[in-house]
Design a protein around this ligand. Structure first.
Ligand code: SAH
Length: 229
């Protein structure tokens, strides 16, 4: 069974979007994963097909209605569906490479994309949604966040990455940022590739990569280095 991603959105035309190209797009064509974007608005019942209403207690903006969203979720899932249900939200659990790896090991995900000021709080608990954030900034909707989550998951699915090893050395995989990368030409605008990389001495090359990786992590992301490491 391919990894199944179900996205609930008010903008189904945003999918597959960037996920239809490059690595993720080839994965879709090859049947390694599949994607269904479902329009939340189809589950509106009033004559204006409204999906949002004003916030209780006042305040700016609009809130996605719980009844409409719950119907969309119920229509997209079955009782046997054990896939995690994510709600894109700046208040959510930060997306990390460890979490991405965990999600990519499952059978799929359902992702709810918020809009406006967000969704009615009651539906989050009633439908068991896990709020997930892609960073400490506010987007206008959950769709670009869903692109990010799915892109990160899909590249880890077996059969997606051309060179399977390229997943291993990367930033965050061992709590470290990746070392700098170079390619030909050997000299470019008077700048040389570090000689050790051309030395053919594999032990020295590995050592250099580790040192660079440590140095960069300490300088840029000391928070990634846990005391026990
Ligand atoms: N009023 C909300 C922000 C709403 S932004 C607040 O202050 O928390 C509208 C929608 O965009 C959200 O419902 C969510 O689905 C999505 N979104 C915005 N920023 C996001 C982020 N950093 N990570 C994940 N989703 C985000």
């Amino acid at each position: 069974m391919p990894f199944l991603a179900t996205v609930l959105t008010l903008y189904p035309d945003m999918f597959p979007g960037p996920l239809g190209l490059s690595m993720a797009g080839r994965g879709l064509e090859d049947g390694i994963w599949s994607l269904e974007a479902r329009d939340i608005r189809r589950h509106a019942t009033d004559k204006h097909a409204s999906v949002d209403d004003t916030p209780a207690g006042g305040g700016p903006g609009m809130v996605l209605k719980p009844d409409v969203l719950a119907r969309a979720i119920d229509a997209a899932t079955t009782a046997e569906d054990t896939r995690p249900r994510l709600l894109m939200s700046p208040r959510g659990r930060p997306l990390t490479q460890d979490y991405v790896r965990e999600l990519s090991a499952g059978s799929g995900v359902m992702i709810v994309c918020g809009r406006f000021e967000g969704v009615d709080e009651r539906v989050i608990e009633a439908r068991g949604l896990t709020e997930v954030s892609v960073g400490d900034y506010v987007l206008s909707g959950g769709e670009p966040a869903a692109h990010v989550v799915l892109d990160a998951i899909v590249r880890l699915l077996p059969g997606i990455m051309g060179n399977a090893a390229s997943g291993h050395d990367e930033s965050f995989e061992r709590g470290r940022l990746e070392h700098p990368q170079y390619t030909r030409p050997r000299e470019w605008e008077g700048l040389e590739i570090p000689p050790v990389l051309l030395s053919g001495d594999h032990a020295a090359i590995t050592r250099w990569k580790q040192e660079q990786s440590e140095k960069l992590t300490k300088a840029r992301r000391p928070d990634l280095i846990r005391p026990k490491d």
